[in-house]
Design a protein around this ligand. Sequence first.
Ligand code: SF4
Ligand code: SF4
Length: 398
Amino acid sequence: MENAFEIPIDLLQKCVRCGLCKSVCPTYKINEEEGSFARGRLALAQMVVSGELVLTKDLAKQWDQCAMCRRCEWICPNNVEYKDIMSKAKELQTKTLGKDPIKMMGLGALGFMQSSVGKTVMKTLGSVLSILPSKEIKTFIPISNAVKFMPKPSKDAFDIRGKTFEVQNSKATLLFFTGCMIDTFYTDTGKNAIKVLNKLGYNVIVPKDIKCCGAPHLYSGNIETFNMLKAKNQAEISKYKFDGIVVVCPTCGGALSEDYKYQNVLDFASIVSKETIPVKNTKKESVTFHVPCHSYSAMKTPLSDFENTIKQTKADYIKASKAQSCCGFAGLFSIKNPKLSESIQKEKMEDFKSTNADYILTACPGCVLQLQDGNLKFGNNQKVMHIADFVASKLDDV
Ligand code: SF4
Ligand code: SF4
């Protein structure tokens, strides 16, 4: 990631313009322009690097309208390193055109949440807002006219940090990299993941002073901050002894395995699917599953790990025809491009509605946010849950 402002031409030349990526790109499906999928976005980068085109705001809009889902990378026969190229392209964009206010706001909020003042503020806000009956708050973001049903901060925000959850005769010790959304909004999901892992015989360590994994910064071209966060996290992680790292967010997991280069980074479902979960006899329920893009494009988690985990809960699994399509969240993408994000989301919610499943499960807190937002906007009336919460709800506690 050194040589920050250069986009190596050999990286760009790996694209042979076959166009296969068009078939999987969520933004091409809506915009239907050459510049709205990987081949076109890469061609623009190549023309900017070679001096054929000037980097203008209009050109950069095509890059900003990329969800960075990396489905193009997943399908690309030529192993084009799309993420690395776009990170550098977006860094060049910031250097040339100045800082983007929405990215500054979003990344600034992440930094604030992880500061000591921010932790206290979020926790206090969580306690105050816990008196409201609804789980989400309809939020208007004036800078882009986005309207989103946002989760309330958790009153227990950051509570699991700096603790070790031990069991007798443990089979292994896992370091749980919680991630910003679990720390702040979905702390119960973090607790539930620990509960299940403990039940299955794993010790779980939650490091104390972890920062954002940096993926949102890297994906937005803020490579310098990413490197700073990576160094801080590596220093903190090095204080602990563990056998593997577990995540419940595949974007964090992708950063830890691909960019931090940790060897044994596993999705919660990859661990659980290989175990026998003691489940209680409850009413038969039906579930469908949204496969987060970064689960397969970044973390390379097999789909069977999620499906086997669901099967163990004894729920009826109804596979949606578009289970593996993007949900349209992609963090700052959904704030910066609300209409585009909502068009992608709408198709997803219609597909889930047609399954008639009681639950929509997924394996990423960002996708939970987006699917619950879609659930409320498009009247799906289905329960949206992280797979860790669903498994925990089925655990036989005896
Ligand atoms: S699939 Fe890969 S090689 Fe083909 S156009 Fe897309 S990025 Fe280029
Ligand atoms: S990362 Fe996703 S949105 Fe961006 S070009 Fe690739 S497939 Fe399309």
